[in-house]
Write a protein that binds this ligand. Structure first.
Ligand code: ZN
Length: 247
C-alpha cells in the first residue's frame, strides 16, 4: 500500500522518527523546492537552506546525512568544537565528519558564545570574529576543508539579524529576517504544524539530528541518556585518581 504524500502545509504533526523526516523531505521536494547552500548566499525563489545544528550526537547526524543523500537532498551540518556530547579530537569522530562531507553535504561551525561571553554583553564584532576565526581554523584542520559558515548555539540576541565580514552567519538578515525561518527545536513539531500557513518561497529550515531516531524517542529521554553518557566518561576518567588519592 502506498500512502499519499501530503503537501508540506498539510503535515499537522511529526513523531520525530527518521522515516517521518524522510517523508517530510519528500513532500517538500514534491512541492517543487530545491535544497541550496549557505555558500551561495541568499536563496533563490523556491530554494530551501537546510541546516543541522549537531548538539547531541554525531552518529545521529550521520544517520540523517545518509537518509538525505538517498533522497538527493543537500544540507549543512554545523558542529561544536567544545560540546561534552561528542569529542572531535577522536579520529573516529573526524572520520564521521568526513563521511558526512563525502555524502555531498556542507560542514560548518556551530559556535557557542556562552563559552566565552555572558548572554547580555555584546563583545563587539572584532572580538566575535576573532574567536569564530580561531574555531573555524581548528575545524578546517580537522576536516581538510575550509568552512566559512557559522551558526550560533542557543543564540543571544546580539547575533541575530547581524552580518559579519569574515564569516557567513546563518542568522544574518539574508538567511533569517528577510526569508522564512522554521525549526524543529525542542521537538515542537509534535504539537505544532511545521509549515502552518504554507511553505515560504525562500526558507531556512533548522533540524536538530539528535532529536530524530528510528523509533521517535521523546526529547527528555534523549537528553537524559546523553547526559548520563557524558557523566560516565567523566567518572571513568576521574575515578582512578580519586581512588588513588584515598589510599
Ligand atoms: Zn545548538
Amino acid at each position: 500500500m502506498t500512502e499519499r504524500l501530503q503537501s508540506p502545509a498539510e503535515v499537522s504533526s511529526l513523531d520525530y522518527r527518521l522515516d517521518s523526516y524522510a517523508r517530510l523531505l519528500r513532500s517538500v521536494r514534491a512541492a517543487g523546492y530545491e535544497f541550496g547552500s549557505f555558500e551561495d548566499g541568499r536563496p533563490a525563489a523556491g530554494e530551501i537552506l537546510l541546516r543541522h545544528d549537531v548538539d547531541l550526537s554525531l552518529d545521529r547526524a550521520l544517520a540523517m546525512a545518509e537518509r538525505e543523500r538517498d533522497l538527493g537532498v543537500r544540507s549543512t551540518y554545523c558542529v561544536l568544537l567544545s560540546a561534552p556530547a561528542y569529542d572531535l579530537t577522536r579520529p573516529r569522530n573526524v572520520r564521521v565528519l568526513q563521511r558526512i562531507a563525502d555524502l555531498g553535504h556542507d560542514l560548518a561551525l556551530h559556535f557557542d558564545t556562552h563559552r566565552y561571553w555572558s548572554t547580555d554583553a555584546d563583545p563587539g564584532a572584532a572580538v566575535i570574529e576573532a574567536k569564530v576565526a580561531d574555531e573555524l581554523d581548528v575545524l578546517s584542520r580537522l576536516v581538510g576543508e575550509t568552512p566559512s559558515t557559522a551558526s550560533f548555539h542557543i543564540p543571544p540576541e546580539w547575533v541575530l539579524d547581524r552580518s559579519f565580514e569574515s564569516f557567513t552567519n546563518t542568522y544574518a538578515p539574508t538567511f533569517f529576517d528577510e526569508i522564512g525561518y522554521r525549526s524543529d527545536s525542542s521537538q515542537k513539531w509534535r504539537s505544532v504544524e511545521p509549515f502552518g500557513g504554507g511553505l515560504p518561497n525562500r526558507l531556512q529550515l533548522l533540524v536538530h539530528p539528535g532529536l530524530w531516531h528510528a523509533d521517535g524517542r521523546p526529547m527528555a529521554e534523549i537528553v537524559s541518556e546523553r547526559r548520563k553518557r557524558c557523566h560516565s566518561r567523566v567518572d571513568e576518567y576521574f575515578d582512578p585518581m580519586s581512588e588513588a588519592a584515598e589510599q
